[in-house]
Write a new protein. Structure first.
Lengths: 115, 112
């Protein structure tokens, strides 16, 4: 199956700093990627849909100025958590569609800890 | 409202015993159906998927799932559980558009 890779897997940062997480589709082109956030022991919550060459579409309640998404190429989407605070600590997962059937391929996830 | 329900938050089974994880969905049409597994601190791995055709689908690691349209269910089964199957399991439904919905997950504990 298609491969989606995230980097970094783990990141610890100080409160007030910004952190960038990359999501790459390694063996296919993805015009659309998705960013999820997962709290401990909970399901995945869709944050935003990243569209190549255009602005991301954010879900209700997600601050677009805090969670900046850029999808500059067909194989790369980035999520930047700006001015991070401890409550932004979470597990962030990206995914991409491999074809027209609707299946999503997931990255390994990135755990962010804000001190 | 559209939803995906996994009624069991946590299940404990003995190694070697059979397993069934429940999933129900509420949509007007038959969506694409998926089961994913997540180990602690890891991303999601696809176990199996149903798009159309045979309602009993086989997946990886010995898992299977059966789509029952009349019950709007897509339950995951395994005849004999291994200790390495302990993980979080998510049922999901998707459409050809951008909608993709996850259930709340079922945590599986396997007792030696």
């Amino acid at each position: 199956g298609a491969v989606v890779s995230q980097h970094p897997s783990w990141v610890i940062c100080k409160s007030g700093t910004s952190v960038k997480i990359e999501c790459r589709s390694l063996d296919f082109q993805a015009t659309t990627m998705f960013w999820y956030r997962q709290f401990p022991k909970q399901s995945l919550m869709l944050m935003a849909t990243s569209n190549e060459g255009s602005k991301a579409t954010y879900e209700q309640g997600v601050e677009k100025d805090k969670f900046l998404i850029n999808h500059a190429s067909l194989t790369l989407s980035t999520l930047t958590v700006t001015s991070a605070h401890p409550e932004d600590s979470s597990f962030y997962i990206c995914s991409a569609r491999g074809d027209n059937t609707g299946e999503l391929f997931f990255g390994e996830g990135s755990r962010l800890t804000v001190l | 409202a559209q939803s995906v329900t996994q009624p069991d938050i946590h299940i404990t089974v003995s190694e070697g015993a059979s397993l069934e994880l429940r999933c129900n969905y509420s949509y007007g049409a038959t969506p694409y159906l998926f089961w994913y597994v997540q180990s602690p601190g890891q991303g999601l791995q696809l176990l199996l998927k149903y798009f159309s055709g045979d309602t009993l689908v086989q997946g990886i690691k010995g898992f299977e799932a059966e789509f029952k349209r009349s019950q709007s269910s897509f339950n995951l089964r395994k005849p004999s559980v291994h200790w390495s199957d302990a993980a979080e399991y998510f049922c999901a439904v998707g459409f050809t558009g951008n909608q993709f919905y996850f259930g709340t997950g079922t945590s599986l504990t396997v007792i030696p």
